[in-house]
Design a protein around this ligand. Structure first.
Ligand SMILES: Nc1ncnc2c1ncn2[C@@H]1O[C@H](COP(=O)(O)OP(=O)(O)OP(=O)(O)O)[C@@H](O)[C@H]1O
Ligand SMILES: [Mg+2]
Length: 307
């Protein structure tokens, strides 16, 4: 028995000729926030839909709460709250009326469930505004309220902060962190925004063209980030040639015509500096930097990176 709330094994989805998700082994631990990070079209929504039984699985399997979902749907799905794409709210009803309908359909028993859920996401209870008059951010909030109304153990939220303003994002972030830290809820969230996952998640899975390239805790990932020396020079092509002459085998990367990075922290920097200057290379800056998460993703996704 392990403590994974979600575990996928070789999970695969093929649409016609296209493999949207390829042999993904996801491990979402109890009580943690897991961020699924990937660019548009990477396969995030497809993975979530398969986990939720909203689309068929081509091959592989999904385990929820330690059990294969096949045949267990009725027992398992009431323990989950989800937002996948836009929930089907009625435009000509208010937010409260919409949630009351969903609460009834689900058989949510707590009488104050709707009121509480609206309060948590910062929407008014029993006001007159129709859903069709909501802003994008308000619609997102109502979606989140709907997902948490029945107090589920697991939340699966597909890009829940899309369309929220910065204050709204910070509020939702705080609220999701409280849910996980104080109430032990498990949360799987997707995003194409690296900084957001960085601020919110405990664990991360990086999905690129249907493949899970990396899965680790955010702490481990941050440790992996290397230090480097950034050189801003008049010509990186010439500088690279000199560098290879003086320190053969040194690890470096050219970023553009003027910026290069040297990853070898043991080299004699003053000697490098001197060699550049002697060879008529203008040195405008040299500083020790930490490789950012963004750089790391650029590296593992083959240069395309993630916003
Ligand atoms: N119903 C479908 N039929 C055919 N192809 C599909 C279908 N749904 C998704 N795809 C394809 O599968 C791939 C993964 O799509 P998916 O929606 O899972 O990506 P995503 O990571 O959620 O992207 P986004 O950030 O844009 O939401 C894409 O290439 C997409 O075109
Ligand atoms: Mg998507």
């Amino acid at each position: 028995m392990n403590d994974f709330v979600i575990e996928t094994k070789q999970l695969t989805k093929i649409y016609g000729e296209q493999t949207a998700v390829s042999k993904v082994n996801l491990h979402v631990k109890k009580g943690r926030i897991y961020g699924l990070l990937g660019r548009n079209g990477a396969g995030k929504t497809t993975i979530m839909k398969m986990v939720l039984g909203l689309t068929s699985i081509t091959s592989g399997e999904v385990q929820l709460f330690g059990k294969n979902i096949r045949g267990q749907e009725k027992r398992i799905y009431p323990r989950i709250g989800a937002i996948i794409e836009t929930p089907g709210f009625y435009p000509n009803l208010t937010g409260t009326e919409n949630l009351e309908i969903f609460a009834k359909l689900r058989g949510t028993s707590r009488p104050d469930a709707v009121k509480n859920a609206l309060e948590v996401v910062g929407l008014p209870y029993k006001d007159k505004k129709l859903f069709s008059k909501y802003s994008l951010g308000m619609k997102q909030r109502l979606g989140i309220a709907n997902a948490i109304m029945h107090d589920p153990e697991l939340l699966i939220l597909d890009e829940p902060i899309n369309g929220l303003d910065p204050i709204g994002i910070a509020e939702i972030r705080k609220f999701l962190q409280d849910l996980s830290k104080e109430r032990g809820k498990t949360i799987l969230i997707s995003s194409h925004i690296l900084s957001e996952i960085d601020l919110l998640a405990d664990d991360i899975g990086i999905i690129h063209e249907g493949n899970l390239l990396e899965e680790s805790s955010m702490d481990e990932l941050r440790k992996k980030n290397q230090k480097y020396v950034l050189f801003r020079v008049s010509s990186t092509a010439t500088a690279a040639r000199i560098l290879e002459q003086k320190c053969g085998g040194v690890k470096y990367r050219i970023e553009d015509d003027n910026v290069m990075r040297i990853y070898d922290m043991d080299i004699d920097l003053s000697m490098v500096n001197q060699a550049f200057i002697t060879n008529n290379i203008g040195v405008y800056e040299s500083s020790v930097c930490d490789e950012s998460l963004e750089d790391y993703f650029k590296e593992i996704t083959g240069g395309v990176g993630i916003a």
